[in-house]
Design a binder for this molecule. Structure first.
Ligand code: PMP
Length: 394
């Protein structure tokens, strides 16, 4: 039976990781995969996570199933973290999911059930898993302009022009903060214009928020998502705990559906539970329990927020150092956008040939579209990258 299977295209980022591992050079630098790394190149278990796990290990008396939606305390804690009081709690239906990817998958399946003909509109570019899952589910997708390759900022006029043409009843996927892969984000005022437009056109927003706390702060990074939650009768929000809690492999995420009233919330909740049941039954619990423990214990929460802030400030300092170094080398402000971008990534906007030349000559690995993971750098490798960029592009 498996004779009929054909090969799948290799995941570009995973292929890049393999090439990096095979590179014998000691000086090699990995700016590929989207995992936070500290100055020594490690992805540490956060202090609060270690302590929460210690407590869970000591206190947990049963590993019986939770509920189909996961532990309600996890939903409450995450709804509070992401949405705060932007929407009444009884209008939110939510399920725990395996990571943010699981939340995206379940959101798309819910859309398919509720509006099978809807097209999902994605920013160009976006995280490659978005189109890949949509295609796999047999759903329709379209693109709206997002990134201006010249300024390396958001092409806001182009974006608005494209969104104006989105038909009523379709879905627009927006990144809540820290756009992946570009690092370029809308201002709050621009997001307000997008919200007004989508409302006017009766288009449903679908927010993917995978980096809350990695941009400007936990509160600042949730402004757009909260504004959307507060403005629409219906919206979908997929949140990941992988990055901000550093629990990538625990697969912890949540899908929140904003509904128009309590009755609709109840029915939507049933549909979300049903989707969990069909796809994997009960969602994973360990990571969710770690997150709940941290968010509901004032001391753990404070320590988590402090460590997250250190992480964020470290990335902001590396951004500034790289922008300064490139300013010094080019005598221009052409690379200032790196300091303005937010989150773990920046798209440099250099050619594929330059990306390859930097990989071969300098052993610095970035994704083919010139996305760099800022957290893959440290104080010593920033000048090497700056020099390599200049060499490969001039
Ligand atoms: N959305 C975006 C934009 C991402 O970058 C990621 C992680 N690469 C995710 C969602 C999902 O992450 P995870 O499934 O690991 O929680």
């Amino acid at each position: 039976m498996f004779d009929s299977l054909s090969a799948q295209p290799a995941d570009k980022i995973l292929a890049l990781m393999a090439a990096y591992r095979a590179d014998p050079r000691d000086s090699k630098v990995d700016l590929g995969v989207g995992v936070y790394k500290d100055a020594s190149g490690n992805t540490p278990v956060m202090r609060a996570v270690k302590e929460a796990e210690r407590r869970i290990l000591a206190d947990q008396s049963s590993k019986a199933y939770t509920g189909l939606a996961g532990d309600p305390a996890f939903s409450d804690a995450m709804i509070d973290l992401v949405l705060a009081d932007s929407v009444q709690r009884n209008r939110v239906a939510a399920i725990a999911t395996p990571g943010g990817t699981g939340a995206i998958r379940q959101a798309l399946e819910l859309i398919r059930m509720a509006a099978p003909k809807a097209t999902i509109w994605l920013s160009n570019p976006t995280w490659p898993n978005h189109p890949s899952i949509i295609k796999y589910l047999g759903m329709k997708m379209g693109e709206y302009r997002y990134f201006d390759e010249n300024t390396r900022k958001v092409d806001f006029d182009g974006m608005m022009e494209d969104l104006k043409a989105v038909p009523q009843g379709d879905v627009v996927l927006l990144h809540g903060c820290c756009h992946n892969p570009t690092g370029a984000n809308l201002t709050t005022a621009q997001m307000e214009q997008v919200i007004a437009l989508l409302k006017e056109r009766d288009v449903t927003p679908f927010v993917d928020i995978a980096y809350q706390g990695f941009g400007d702060g936990l509160e600042e990074d949730s402004v757009a998502t909260r504004a959307i939650a507060g403005a629409f009768d219906n919206a979908l929000i997929a949140a990941s705990c992988s990055k901000n809690f550093g629990i990538y492999r625990e697969r912890t995420g949540i899908l929140m559906a904003i509904t128009k009233d309590t009755d609709q919330a109840g029915i939507t909740q049933q549909n979300l539970n049903f989707l969990n049941r069909q796809n994997y039954s009960f969602p994973p619990d360990h990571g969710a329990r770690v997150v709940t423990t941290i968010l509901t214990d004032p001391d753990l929460r404070q320590d988590w927020e402090a460590e997250l802030e250190e992480t964020r400030n470290g990335m902001l300092a590396l951004r500034q150092q790289l922008a300064d170094e490139l300013k010094r080398l080019t005598n221009s402000e052409d690379f200032n956008f790196i300091a303005e971008h937010r989150g773990m990534f920046s798209r440099l906007g250099i050619s594929t040939e330059a990306v390859e030349s930097i990989r071969e000559n300098d052993g610095i690995y970035m994704v083919g579209d010139s996305r760099i993971n800022i957290a893959g750098l440290n104080k010593n490798t920033v000048p090497l990258l700056a020099k390599a960029i200049i060499r490969a592009t001039s």
